[in-house]
Design a protein around this ligand. Structure first.
Ligand code: 73E
Length: 832
């Protein structure tokens, strides 16, 4: 039946009345060119509903743009190669406070809002925590009414979809734009030329200019980002690459040379095809650098355009005003090319001299570091950079030269350090540009993402720079948006929180959660809390059954580890723990088993396609699950489940249903972590090391409400040395768990190389570089404390309540407020 048969269509969106909304949904169903007006299944209902909600967003978004334009405040531009937006519908109606009205409207068509929202595809334009952080930040920027925008790339296929086959993980292109995205608005009026390759021309007066090569276009797609209960809606501007009709060689095409006729079109398509194209080949590396430059150049041209637009009388003499109107934040080193690109635009296009351009650039850009892992610190080959971006390479060389001269002339004592501090590494074997060094030298502020991490930056990675610029370095502990990560994903618990705090203000003032502490022993609250948890656990159990076919018991302890698969995150320690538990269960008498706390261990996450050990870990979790879950002797007490295709919307089901979550990285290696904050906020207790934000979470929720184990960050280097020197004596439990896997208990797949990476000096890996062997016994002991604690239901619920109560600090509203005040110098600009 068609939508129109039920409800009279109404084009006007500006209503919060369910009948009018239903009319508007019906209008979109009938007049949307994407579907037949005769069809109104759940999918069409989703698109029509989303388009109707978008009408609401567009109004606010236009009003906000005009308001910023009129008041001309200083504005922040957040540059990120990744945004993990997930689904938008529930969030949009929630932030606009029209959830009830839309739910009622959809009922008129016989649909539940939740089911319709479930039709939406995740926008997975990111890979992990860094991308999700960027998305949480946008939500907070809008909510705090900050003049700020996000810039990113519109990847045609987002992060791959993960399928678990017999051989382990398979990657499939994630076709999130299969139909279309109802949230994006293509801006045919916002297009910038982006050049690649070519050469530098020098005019008679000595001016340098980049010319030749090939030129593509960057085309803007805007995604409106609504704030929570505010009129402001900001923009996430995503760039797509296009070529023009002029680039299409009609002569060649008519001559049957189809591929060469459309060469530039095909190269344009490659740029935004996928996030993180494989970079094992030279072509792959070049493509990644192209992507980075594409983002930086388009965004900076746009920023400069807006700077001029907002004061039409601005002339080049006023460029010193630029940093009082523009803050650029680089999300890790991926957008570092913003630095030489801003220099180039200011000098070669706007005619500024070096000193003037440098002063503007330095006061405009700031850099967030997200990792100290050496392999993640970007270094680009100088040859590739010179070929693709010859003018930028010149500018980088000049920055390097001037930095050296500055150190030599002002800091004789640092001379011995210059080589490692320089932007260029001129090692003749492999000359490279060190992107992090470029960011530190050129930016006004550098920040880490948790206290511990920022201290490591200051004391180790960037220690030499601290002695030159002691005030450049800051900490901004990460945060998460409480809207998506409690209010909307866990409505049962949210209602309880609101009821006991007698206000829902916590949604935008998360510190109010401390008000729960005084009820931590209240039996009535305990009963409600336990009921909400059970409801979420049942929803999670249904998801697990749907996607894996495994039945799990909602009365068992739900123990979850979800994150990208990486050796430093130590999913391998988790699974070794589960293997050890399984072996002990097998050895026990039936009577003893009955005393055991039943557990469901869930692991989810994607392994990078070429990361062999990570893929072996995925395979091992699946293999262990296949044996344990089918072992009738013990599967009442233990199940092991691999959750396939972990993404934002899966997290929204898993996190509310969790009771214990694992954040067990080798100390000093996880810069912050943000899912730890989401779990804790949802009343889940953490088992973890003193790493990243765990340190601060434990402080906030109280050390009795956190299961701590493992080496401390400052012990790690010494322990690695000991290991190398043969001074490490493995615990028998560690040996037993590995041996059990080697014995073939979990199938015939050859796990030797993976297990050998945990041994010292085998020639494989780095001799248990991640210290799984050292931490394993204290991990097993901590897990035993978890089992005991869970037996005391009252104690456990209290811990759970105190985790939620202590999570106020981890709102991204707090984080963004600190960035705004302490790095960007911007203030709220609410639409009146
Ligand atoms: O600890 C997390 C942190 O919570 C860190 O590993 C992650 O960033 C999160 C947000 O601050 C991160 N991702 C990357 N580096 N750090 C990264 C590096 C290269 C490519 C893609 C992502």
């Amino acid at each position: 039946m068609s939508a129109a048969d039920k409800v009279k269509p109404a084009a006007s969106p500006a209503s919060e009345d369910p009948s009018a909304i239903a009319g508007n949904i019906s209008y979109h169903a009938q007049y949307s060119p994407h579907f037949s007006p005769l069809a109104f299944g759940p999918e069409q209902a989703f698109y029509a509903t989303a388009e109707s909600v978008r009408d609401h967003l567009l109004q606010r978004w236009n009003d906000t743009y005009l308001h910023f334009h009129k008041t001309d405040p200083k504005q922040t531009y957040y540059l990120s190669m990744e945004y993990l937006q997930g689904r938008a519908l529930t969030n949009a109606v929630g932030n606009l406070a029209i959830t009830g009205a839309y739910a009622d409207a959809l009922k008129k068509f016989g649909y539940e809002l939740e089911a319709i929202a479930g039709q939406e595809r995740d926008a997975a334009l990111g890979n992990g925590g860094l991308g999700r952080l960027a998305s949480c930040f946008l939500d907070s920027m809008a909510t705090l009414n900050l003049p700020s925008w996000g810039y990113g790339l519109r990847y045609r296929y987002g992060l791959f979809k993960q399928r678990i086959a017999k051989e382990g993980q398979e990657e499939i292109a994630e076709d999130w734009l299969d139909k279309f995205s109802p949230w994006e608005i293509v801006r045919h009026d916002v297009v910038y030329p982006i050049r690649f390759f070519g050469h530098v021309e020098i005019s008679p007066d000595g001016k340098r200019k980049w010319a030749g090569g090939e030129v593509l276009n960057a085309l803007a797609y805007d995604v409106p980002i609504p704030g929570y209960k505010t009129k402001n809606a900001i923009s996430l501007r995503l760039w797509d690459a296009t070529a023009t009709a002029e680039d299409f060689n009609l002569f060649q095409f008519n001559d049957g040379q189809y591929e060469s006729a459309a060469q530039l079109h095909s190269r344009a398509q490659q740029i935004c095809a996928v996030l993180y194209p494989g970079d094992a080949t030279e072509e792959g590396k070049l493509l990644r650098l192209k992507q980075q430059y594409f983002l930086c150049s388009a965004s900076l041209q746009d920023i400069i355009f807006r700077f001029k637009e907002r004061k039409a009388d601005r002339v080049s003499g006023k460029w010193s005003e630029f940093p009082s109107k523009v803050a650029v934040q680089m999300n890790d080193t991926h957008p570092t090319l913003a630095i030489p690109e801003l220099m180039r635009l200011l000098m070669d296009v706007e005619g500024l001299g070096w000193d003037e351009a440098w002063a503007v650039t330095n006061k405009t850009v700031a850099y967030t570091n997200h990792t100290v892992l050496p392999e993640a610190l970007e270094k680009w080959s100088q040859a590739v950079m010179r070929k693709l971006l010859p003018r930028h390479m010149e500018i980088i060389e000049e920055i390097d030269k001037r930095f050296r001269e500055m150190v030599i002339s002002t800091r004789k004592d640092m001379e011995g350090k210059i080589e490692s501090m320089r932007v260029l590494d001129n090692n003749p074997e492999k000359p490279v540009v060190r992107m992090a060094n470029l960011c530190v030298v050129a930016g006004h502020t550098v920040n880490g993402v948790a206290e511990l991490h920022s201290n490591i930056l200051k004391q180790e990675l960037f220690a030499d720079y601290v002695s030159i610029w002691p005030n450049k370095f800051q900490n901004k502990t990460n945060g998460i948006t409480p809207r998506r990560w409690l209010r909307f994903c866990n409505p049962e618990l949210s209602e309880i929180v609101t009821k006991w705090l007698k206000t829902d203000q916590w949604t935008s003032n998360l510190d109010l959660l401390t008000g729960l502490r005084k009820f931590a022993d209240d039996e009535k609250l305990h009963a409600e809390w336990a009921a909400a948890k059970l409801a979420s656990k049942k929803r999670l159990a249904k998801h697990v059954l749907d996607v894996t076919g495994v039945t799990i018991d909602p009365n068992s302890l739900f123990d979850i580890q979800i994150k990208r698969i990486h050796e430093y995150k130590r999913q391998l320690m988790n699974i070794l723990g589960a293997v050890y538990r399984y072996k002990k269960l097998k050895e026990m008498s039936a009577a003893d088993r009955q005393k055991v706390t039943p557990r469901t261990v869930m692991v989810g996450g994607k392994a990078f396609a070429t990361y062999t050990n990570a893929k072996r870990i995925v395979k091992l979790v699946n293999d262990v699950g296949a044996v344990v879950n089918n072992d009738a002797d013990v599967n009442k007490y233990l199940k092991v489940v691999f959750i396939p295709n972990y993404n934002v919307s899966v997290a929204e089901v898993l996190i509310p249903g969790s009771e214990l979550s694992q954040h067990i990285s080798t100390a000093g290696m996880e810069a912050s972590g943000t899912s730890n904050m989401k779990f804790s906020l949802n009343g889940c207790v953490i088992i973890g090391t003193l790493d990243g934000a765990n340190v601060e979470i434990r402080e906030e929720v109280g050390q009795d409400n956190f299961f701590l184990f493992g080496a401390k960050a400052d012990q790690v280097a010494g322990l690695r040395k000991d290991r190398e020197n043969g001074l490490f004596k493995p615990d028998p439990r560690f040996e037993e768990a590995k041996q059990f896997i080697r014995s073939g208990a979990f199938g015939t797949y050859d796990y030797t190389p993976l297990l050998d990476s945990l041994e010292g000096n085998t020639g494989f890996g780095r001799g248990d570089y991640f210290l799984v062997g050292y931490d394993f016994p204290s991990y097993i002991d901590a897990q035993a404390r978890v089992d005991e604690a869970y037996k005391d239901k009252k104690k456990w619920i209290k811990m759970s309540i105190l985790n939620t109560a202590g999570s106020g600090k981890f709102s991204s509203d707090r984080t963004i407020d600190q960035y705004a005040k302490e790095i960007w110098g911007i203030s709220a600009c609410p639409v009146p």
